[in-house]
Design a protein around this ligand. Structure first.
Ligand code: VAH
Length: 324
């Protein structure tokens, strides 16, 4: 499906870290008028010039169906979710939003014969008994967080709707995502974004993970390119649907701090691990994403050095403009 094929796109969770970057990229690719941005609320900073936007609670199936009909949607990028750390504060709400919301999206896709549903999974599907180095595409999935449980359930639910009803569902297991557009909310990998704001504003940051906690990460431009690549991939090439491993680079907080210090020599970091350390310790250190590379040409373009330079340049420009 090329850019000209997809006519009408709904992005749920559009005000979130991935959602807002995806709305902008999809608007550039398919025309802003063909992208509807939906979320339960939008911050004042959400660009007024963005595509049409609607308030939507994805746990309300009728409201979702009305948006799909009113805007003649044929493709849904379903980003609405409660992330790992916030999910542990309210596991029941995490299940309701992440699984209840996805079931509504799949049901509406089935009922209205939508072309495609893109629904991210996460490296949070892996637990302590999965290989931590080179975590394979197929291995034990015993997550220790409710967020991870909802993502394993989501992968299985999507596969069921593909096989039973022919709904074209596609998903990627995102690692920790680093971006400059929107601050993340409630994740365990959020340190890798917070650190940049702290480095520019205070020249110091206290990290909530141990300095040696290695986790797979990825830069947002690569997430967006890879996600659209999968969405447009020839279905005949796909050997999987909802659960492609993806990664950019694996780093520990001390690696990121050292790379930032190459640009800001007076930046200082301290470490005060909190409850999120246990979540991070249950996740892989490095992921094997060869299946995505083979099936649909996935290739990350940013390593740690390139990401850090780009993040600092973009955030420093916003700081100079007084909008950081
Ligand atoms: C989180 N950023 O920390 C998300 C992501 C694998 C991490 O799912 O919950």
């Amino acid at each position: 499906m090329s850019a000209s094929d997809i006519a009408r796109i709904l992005v749920t969770g559009a005000a979130g870290q991935v959602g807002c970057a995806l709305v902008a990229a999809l608007g550039r690719r398919y025309g802003p008028a063909n992208v509807v941005a939906a979320d339960i609320k939008f911050p004042p900073s959400f660009s007024e010039s963005s595509p049409p936007r609607v308030r939507l609670d994805v746990t309300d199936r009728e409201a979702l169906a009305q948006v799909v009909q009113a805007h003649r949607i044929d493709t849904i990028y379903h980003l609405a979710a409660i992330l790992s750390a916030n999910g542990e504060k309210n596991p029941q709400a995490c299940w309701q939003v992440n699984v209840g919301g996805l079931l509504n999206v799949l049901e509406v896709a089935r009922e209205y014969s939508l072309r495609r549903v893109i629904c991210p999974s996460s490296m949070a599907v892996f637990g302590p008994d999965a290989p931590r180095q080179g975590t394979p595409q197929d291995t034990l999935l015993h997550p220790t967080t409710m967020y991870g449980v909802t993502k394993v359930s989501g992968e299985l639910l999507g596969e069921y709707y593909f096989r039973r009803y022919g709904v074209d569902v596609r998903g990627i297991r995102y690692p920790g995502i680093i971006s400059s557009e929107a601050r993340p909310g409630g994740g365990t990998t959020d340190y890798a974004v917070e650190i940049f704001y702290a480095a520019l504003q205070e020249r110091r940051y206290t990290c909530f993970l141990r300095e040696d906690t290695v986790l797979p990460m990825i830069y947002m431009p690569d997430v967006i390119e890879g996600t659209i690549q999968l969405a447009e991939a020839d279905p005949a090439r796909l050997t999987r649907h909802t659960d492609y491993n993806m990664t950019g680079f694996s780093i520990a907080p001390r690696d990121l701090a050292a790379e930032i210090q190459r640009h800001l020599p007076d930046f200082e970091i301290a470490y005060a691990p909190d409850a999120r350390q246990a979540i991070a310790d249950s996740w892989p250190a490095a992921i094997d994403d060869r299946v995505a590379r083979r099936d649909w040409g996935w290739r990350p373009r940013h390593d740690l050095a390139a990401m850090t330079a780009d993040m600092l340049a973009k955030l420093a420009a916003r700081q100079r403009a007084g909008s950081l």
